[in-house]
Design a protein around this ligand. Structure first.
Ligand SMILES: [Zn+2]
Length: 458
């Protein structure tokens, strides 16, 4: 309960400190209004209490002032007003039926229930997942006046189901519609240290959701090989967007900023979209995070993390057989590390099922021992990160792993050296704009940091 309250406070503070937030102006007004109320009440109390000595002294100056008491007539009227309605909100629970949900909402209305069962739009209520919220407005006889349910959506907007009573009590009729409404965007923050349990354990401990973890891996895929580079003691801090509707979580959005200290080296990435162009991730000093080649051709997942730690790709291993082995379970996804063309796809003696990609500037990459290929053909263009096949142990392989080669003008290179390829940085006016944007965002995140520490209690 208290942690929920803290969460709400932290969220509200974020809205208040962020002048660009959609709700900022409204919350400020509300805050000012409640402060004004406190002042008014305080003044009334001050006027009502006079020092008792004043009454004892007949010559003391008398000031007669009327006390301002709240006018309660409206409230009294409402208590007896039969048209007053009540609003209640509930969450869908696992194994819930519509009847059970309506009962929890305080709705006792067979006509409404019948309508929800039969109307195709209203039946959207049956597709709600556990945790989704439903709001009902009922009258004094527990009859349904209106009902709202969030049917999900993307991070910035929600689809909302609205059911309303349109007929009167003697002739109850209902209408259902689905409307698109804007979500409130919040920044969420997570931070932690990689412990002995590994990367995913640390993400779970910091409550970073899986879809956000996936983004994090992808953002750093040009500079970090999560299979081999991440070590105990590495630290991370991540800020991402979440969409809320009426205070209820709808969906996570994009990672806005992220810091990762890997083996003592600081990596930072920031989402930036220059003048309405397609956005991309940049380092804090304005270098693009996109590199010509990924650091690892093998999907890093819960399944493949921690698999085959013995096969650490050491330099001598590379020099012995001109490639790097990535141990991973059979079926693990294999990605094209760079944009290119499928030069060869088929079976070769020791390599088993192999794909060769040809890239720009004389570079080529080899992916061997595959269990099977993705739906790609020889001669086809593939893009960086595209699924091309699956890990296996075809050819001369003692266990499931990917044998990966990286060649320049057909001469094998150490794939671990490809981080040396720097990407171009923003220059001139674009760089100035980026720096002012990143500076502002960073100061907002620094403010967030304080609240986050307070709300996590650690
Ligand atoms: Zn190998």
């Amino acid at each position: 309960m208290w942690s929920r309250l803290r969460e709400v406070f932290a969220r509200e503070l974020v809205v208040l400190v962020d002048p660009t937030h959609a709700l900022h102006a409204r919350r400020r007004k509300q805050l000012t209004a409640s402060v004004a109320t406190v002042f008014t009440l305080g003044m009334a109390a001050a006027m009502g209490v006079a020092p008792s000595t004043a009454y004892d002294d007949p010559d003391a100056p008398r000031v007669l002032e009327s006390m301002r008491l709240p006018d309660l007539r409206d409230q009294l009227d409402q208590l007896t007003d039969t048209s007053a309605t009540y609003v209640r909100q509930e969450r869908m629970q696992r194994g819930d039926t519509i009847a059970a949900l309506l009962k929890r909402l305080g709705v006792d209305d067979p006509d409404a229930q019948e309508f929800i069962r039969k109307n195709s739009t209203a039946r959207g209520l049956f597709k709600l997942e556990p945790g989704q919220t439903v709001q009902a407005e009922i009258d004094q006889s527990n009859l349904l006046v209106s009902l709202q349910a969030n049917l999900g959506g993307d991070v910035s907007s929600s689809r909302e189901l609205v059911i309303e009573r349109v007929g009167d009590v003697t002739n109850p009729r209902f209408k259902a519609r689905v409307q698109t409404v804007d979500n409130e965007l919040h920044y969420q923050m997570g931070s932690g240290v990689i412990g002995p349990g590994g990367f995913f354990k640390a993400m779970d401990a910091a409550n970073v959701p899986d879809d956000v973890v996936e983004q994090m891996i992808s953002i750093f895929s040009g500079v970090i090989d999560f299979h081999h580079d991440i070590v105990k003691g590495d630290r991370f801090r991540i800020v991402y967007e979440s969409g809320y509707r009426d205070g209820a979580f709808v969906r996570n959005g994009r990672v806005v900023a992220i810091e990762l200290i890997n083996r003592g080296q600081l990596h930072q990435a920031l989402w930036y979209s220059a003048n309405g162009s397609n956005g991309a991730y940049y380092t804090f000093d304005g270098r693009s995070m996109k590199r010509p080649f990924l650091r690892s051709p093998v999907e890093f997942s819960r399944m493949s993390s921690g698999f085959g730690l013995r096969n650490h790709p050491l330099h001598h291993e590379w020099s012995q057989h001109k490639g790097v082995d990535f141990a991973a379970p059979t079926g693990t996804k294999v990605f094209a590390t760079g944009d290119g063309e499928v030069q060869f796809l088929g079976r070769q003696n020791g390599y088993g099922n192999i794909i060769v990609l040809r890239h720009h500037n004389g570079y080529s990459t080899y992916y061997a021992h595959l269990s099977r290929f993705a739906t790609i053909k020889q001669g086809q263009q593939v893009s960086q990160g595209q699924l091309i096949g699956y890990v296996g142990s075809t050819g001369w392989a003692t266990g499931p792993h990917l044998h990966y080669e990286f060649r320049h003008n057909d001469v094998p290179q150490n794939p671990l050296s490809i981080t040396l390829m720097e990407s171009p940085a923003l220059t001139g006016r674009a760089r100035q704009q980026f720096l002012s944007y990143s500076g502002e965002l960073m100061s907002r995140i620094n403010a967030l940091r304080t609240y986050n520490v307070a709300s996590n209690g650690n």
